[in-house]
Write a protein of this length. Structure first.
Length: 267
């Protein structure tokens, strides 16, 4: 099964040469790259969030295998949908899905189902791929789209992912795809997002989910982030660090109503 790009030409250019040039500009390469268990990276159009995403990707060592967790913006498909075996296509070429790690996740995580329909129109996972392709040869992925809202299922999926990675026996990066506060002033967004990011950096996934619900923090990838934190902590992660934060207002000059973006590394 080949998953065709859904938002090439919209969220990012569909011209391969131009895309490579934009990725080079957006991903300054750190002199010393960090090894991390997981990251949070934004998923808006590259014009707005590409610089924030590129900062975290350029700062880390990317292993051959990457699990990408994204929120389900459209509501199609299973609550925890793993794309069936095959390839994902971007303007930079095809990326294979890891059949072995996918099978291990299915074995260890009963909530996860093979389901392509949840991924057909979803942008949150797709926009991460060109960054990964740009920086890592021989890449393989496991794309999982999450459409539930409670922490108990975050815990179950995160624990299953951690067990699967242990059985896989190779280094795996977990990418949680998320934007931060939506459609508030830049000042209000920063106040709310600092609270949420403090929970992320403290590796407190349950506290993060509760906080976002209680304070109305519109972090669209709160569930993927919580799943990543559960799995990362079980692999020995100890803390997180905000690498970069910004808003759409940094690009448009209008801070009255923004979408905010954060890049977080979990060590």
């Amino acid at each position: 099964m080949i998953r065709q790009p859904a938002v090439a030409g919209q969220f990012y250019t569909d011209d391969p040469c131009r895309l490579r040039a934009e990725l080079r500009r957006m991903t300054p390469t750190a002199a010393v790259k960090s090894r991390v268990a997981g990251i949070v990276a934004p998923h808006a159009g590259y014009l707005y969030s590409g610089g924030v995403a590129g900062t975290i990707y350029g700062a880390i060592d990317i292993p051959r295998t990457v699990i990408i967790l994204g929120p389900n913006h459209h509501g199609f498909g299973a609550a925890a949908a793993l794309h069936p075996p095959g390839e994902w296509l971007t303007p930079l070429g095809p990326v294979p899905i890891s059949g072995r790690l996918s099978s291990l996740i299915m074995e260890n995580t009963p909530l996860v189902e093979f389901d392509a329909s949840a991924h057909r129109f979803e942008h949150s996972l797709e926009v991460q791929l060109p960054f990964l392709q740009h920086l890592r040869d021989e890449l393989q992925i496991v794309p999982i789209c999450l459409g539930f809202g409670d922490f108990e299922r975050c815990r179950q999926v995160g624990e299953g992912v951690a067990r699967a990675i242990l059985a896989f026996g190779e280094e795996v990066l977990i990418v949680a795809s998320s934007d931060m506060t939506h459609y508030e002033s830049a000042e209000a967004a920063r106040v709310k997002d600092e609270l949420a990011l403090a929970r992320v950096c403290a590796l407190d996934p349950e506290g993060l989910v509760k906080l976002c619900r209680a304070r109305g923090i519109t972090m669209c990838g709160v569930i993927p982030t919580a799943v990543m934190l559960v799995a990362a902590e079980l692999q020995g992660a100890e803390h997180g660090e905000v690498v970069r934060y910004g808003t759409s207002g940094d690009v448009t000059g209008d801070d009255r109503q923004v979408v905010a973006y954060a890049a977080v590394a979990v060590y």
